[in-house]
Design a binder for this molecule. Structure first.
Ligand SMILES: *Cc1c(COP(=O)(O)O)cnc(C)c1O
Length: 349
């Protein structure tokens, strides 16, 4: 198999191929900046900053992202969080009760939730003990109805990035879409795969402003892919899926890279400090390498330690029920003060 065989028409759902997208008022008339009287969308004419519908194609925001990532505007789709982007991928490419997806647990829980909602079979190929993909097992799990394969790198909850070589093998041998979820890429020492969407038409990269960019509250997810994939997602997305306030705040933030980089730097410093401190906590049995803004650790008794931290006012994530994660806890990196508080409590319980 080679990627030259990839044809988007073979993997998109038939009903989606036939859709005439809903054309909103703001799709039919695209402002060229001249002063117009807008009587086309039944809006309230009294200005308050948000009385008009938002740009359905988020042109300003996309053009900044396109410049920064060195891709075309036609390679970008924005969503109400990356969760919406992932849901659009399911609805565009996976036929309910017929198709299947591949996931590599332990990983992000939304893939399973979305597969269940959309009535899609999920084939789970557990990571190896270094939390890396088992390539041959993955390729064995695939069949002609496998449409999406999710690689979360850096992976949540394990924190590590997947090996470049393994990702290449998967992308080059899968005829469906490989979705690399890069929610944590801005904390990582590894390169983003966005650069390679030109080379691989079956590669989809998702990012978000919820983590390093500090904007979880506005809900802005980003999908980078070949024009063919983006075009299909565009036909099925709700017309005004990214609201005006979100577009404004996102634009301000992506234009302020210095601030983002500075905060990421501080988080990474705190990550190192936390890891050093964890080494001295007697009940911590394992500290996994991390490329993200959290650390996965193993402890003597995860339920007990989780409850103890709660009693001291600290909320962490107990990941014990996931495969390979027995007695594992996930700790997000907070501020220096929060980190100190965490360490103090860990040493005292
Ligand atoms: C946090 C996270 C996201 C973010 O989703 P949003 O909907 O953009 O907030 C996506 N993927 C993974 C793996 C995450 O951990």
């Amino acid at each position: 198999m080679s990627t030259t065989e990839f044809n988007i028409k073979n993997i998109v759902r038939k009903n989606v191929l036939q859709i005439q997208p809903y054309s909103s008022a703001r799709d039919e008339y695209v402002s060229d900046g001249s002063t117009m009287v807008f009587l086309d969308a039944n809006e309230n004419p009294y200005e308050n900053g948000v009385n008009r519908y938002p740009d359905p194609q988020q042109r300003r925001l996309k053009s900044v992202l396109a410049d920064q990532k060195n891709v075309g505007v036609a390679n970008i789709l924005l969503g109400n969080g990356s969760d919406e982007v992932l849901d659009l991928l399911f609805r565009a490419f996976c036929e309910p009760k017929h198709d299947n997806i591949i996931t590599l647990p332990p990983t992000y829980g939304m893939y399973t939730v979305l597969a269940t909602i959309n009535d899609i079979e999920e084939r789970k190929v557990v990571l190896d003990r270094h939390f890396q993909p088992k390539v041959s097992q993955i390729l064995n799990a695939i069949d002609e109805n496998s449409k999406l394969l999710f690689l979360c790198s850096p992976n949540n909850p394990t924190g590590n990035s997947f090996s470049e070589d393994k990702i290449v093998q998967i992308v080059e041998n899968f005829k469906g879409l490989v979705v690399i979820d890069e929610a944590y890429i801005d904390f990582s020492v590894e390169d983003s795969w966005v650069k390679r969407i030109k080379k691989y038409p079956n590669l989809v990269v998702t990012q978000t402003l919820s983590k390093a960019y500090g904007l979880a509250g506005i809900r802005l997810g980003i999908c980078y892919a070949s024009e063919g994939v983006i075009e299909i997602l565009n036909t099925i997305k709700p017309p005004y899926n990214v609201n005006e306030l979100t577009q404004q705040r996102a634009l301000e933030r992506v234009l302020d890279q210095e601030k983002v980089t500075e905060e990421v730097g501080r988080i990474l410093e705190q990550r190192n400090a936390l890891i050093e401190a964890l080494k001295t906590v007697p009940f911590v049995t394992e500290i996994y390498p991390t490329d993200a803004n959290f650390v996965l650790i193993k402890v003597d008794d995860a339920n007990k330690r989780y409850e103890q931290l709660l009693k001291h006012g600290i909320v962490i994530r107990n990941r014990s029920t996931q495969p390979l994660c027995e007695d594992a806890l996930r700790l997000t990196i907070g501020t220096a003060e929060e980190n100190t508080q965490l360490i103090t409590v860990l040493k005292q319980v």
